[in-house]
Design a protein around this ligand. Structure first.
Ligand code: SF4
Ligand code: SF4
Length: 432
């Protein structure tokens, strides 16, 4: 297998960012790290993929090692997953080490995982490859190992549902159709796609599952996670509340996982800059470009219930527009790193989700949609270019959109049917 084969299959990072995988495979790391940390609360998707498809995941890992020439491979997995660790250890080929890590948030952050599994530090603004590492998500490796075009997505459905589960669905099915197969236990509810910490509060359930959707979390409409996210829906909300309430206590920075790894992130400076900045001449701190947007500062650390993550994201955006970069001395780990990790259980308590069943067995939910709307821009980089026309019959697995340029990805039909409409965003296929 070559990176071109991976490109042909339309494999992108299934863990959230959606970066085209073939581009990452052009590096020459000495170590491939499997990101099996799965640290978003209530998600069990990656563990279920390991339990039911370990062969494909390990085959994908083998292929990535062969393509990149990496000498070593590490599977970083939470130490609480004893069964999955035993399974992987029994099946892992020579040169693959299973490395148990603590059950803390955000262990699945690339930079954090690299440090927790290898002890290596990635310098501010640098990519993991500069530390000799290539990080791949479990489902991404599954897709490489399976060796067929990516047409389906594993997602977790959790929260206020009678039977939380991991299910496999065709790309392009609507959230509403997925949720129609679950009994929702809250009379009035909202849905968070992607995860409680790094996902999005969905206002429109006609939105569809893409190759990067990891979860649909159902929450009562008055739940803490809904009201918090509703408070900070716009830049204006974040700005207004920063100006009114931040007392510069610096708890957000002191518990920031990137700051504790020595990165120059300081969310309290982003808050201060929002307080004192003028629109035409914003005050900026380029060190905040190293924020991974884990949301710990907003959802866990800030005692005032403010949104330092939102302020940091605004600062990152303006800093990028102004082409700022961080320069400073090499970094070292903060002496309090070992003592300030946030245990997953504490985070769940803070998020008020201990009351939901924390499980998600792989289940056949019987999702067989009559139509799908497949996004043309579900990956990082340029949108795919449609290669089908209206009225054309397609079969599941057929190429329907071709990667446009180096950082882009192919897309394939996820059901048999006829192309009903083509828009700038989607290819709509209706089953015939
Ligand atoms: S945002 Fe919150 S935690 Fe950070 S300095 Fe302000 S009040 Fe303190
Ligand atoms: S979101 Fe907050 S806690 Fe997370 S890396 Fe960014 S500044 Fe740090």
């Amino acid at each position: 297998m070559t990176p071109r084969d991976v490109e042909a299959l339309g494999v992108i990072g299934a863990g959230g960012a959606g970066f085209p995988t073939h581009v990452k495979l052009e590096g020459t790391p000495d170590t491939v790290i499997v990101n099996a940390a799965e640290c978003e609360p209530l998600l069990h998707k990656d563990m279920q993929v390991i339990l039911h498809h370990a062969d494909e995941v390990l085959k994908g890992l083998d292929a990535v090692r062969a393509m990149t020439g990496a000498r070593d491979a590490i599977i970083g997995i939470k130490d609480k997953h004893e069964h999955e660790i035993a399974l992987l250890t029994a099946h892992a080929p020579a040169g693959v080490r299973v490395v148990p890590i603590e059950d803390v948030y955000p262990a699945g952050d690339e930079i954090t995982l690299i440090y927790m599994t290898t002890g290596r530090l990635v310098q501010p603004g640098a990519l993991p490859i500069t530390a000799g590492c290539l990080v791949q998500n479990v489902e991404t490796l599954y897709n490489i190992g399976a060796g067929v075009p990516v047409t389906d997505k594993f997602i977790a459905v959790a929260g206020a549902v009678e039977r939380p589960a991991t299910i496999r669905v065709p790309v392009g099915v609507s959230y509403a159709e997925v949720l129609s197969k679950f009994r929702i236990t809250a009379p009035d509810y909202r849905v968070r796609s992607g995860g409680l910490m790094m996902g999005v509060l969905e206002e429109d359930l006609t939105h569809v599952v893409s190759k990067r959707t990891g979860a649909l979390i159902v929450l009562p409409a008055d739940h803490y996670c809904v009201t918090m996210y509703r408070r900070f829906m716009t830049d204006h909300d974040t700005d207004r509340i920063a100006k009114a309430g931040c007392d510069q206590c610096t708890f957000c920075t002191e518990l920031c996982p990137r700051y504790l790894l020595g990165q120059p992130v300081r969310p309290e400076t982003a808050m201060r800059n929002r307080m004192f900045t003028r629109e035409e001449q914003p005050m900026l701190f380029a060190g905040n470009l190293s924020c991974c947007e884990c949301n710990l500062c907003t959802m866990y650390s800030c005692p005032e219930g403010l949104d330092p993550r939102g302020a940091t994201v605004i600062e990152k955006r303006i800093a990028r527009e102004q082409k700022l970069t961080w320069s400073g001395p090499g970094i070292t780990v903060h002496p309090m790193f070992a003592y300030r990790k946030v245990p997953s259980r504490m985070l769940k308590q803070r998020l008020d989700v201990l009351k939901f069943a924390d499980e998600g067995p792989l289940t056949d939910a019987g999702i067989d949609p009559a139509e799908v709307r497949i996004p043309l821009h579900e990956h990082a980089g340029a949108a795919a270019e449609p290669v089908v026309s209206r009225g054309q019959r397609v079969c599941r697995g057929d190429l329907i959109g071709r990667a446009r340029g180096k950082i882009s990805s192919n897309i394939h039909a996820s059901i048999d049917g006829v192309v009903e409409t083509l828009t700038a965003d989607h290819i709509h296929i209706r089953r015939d």
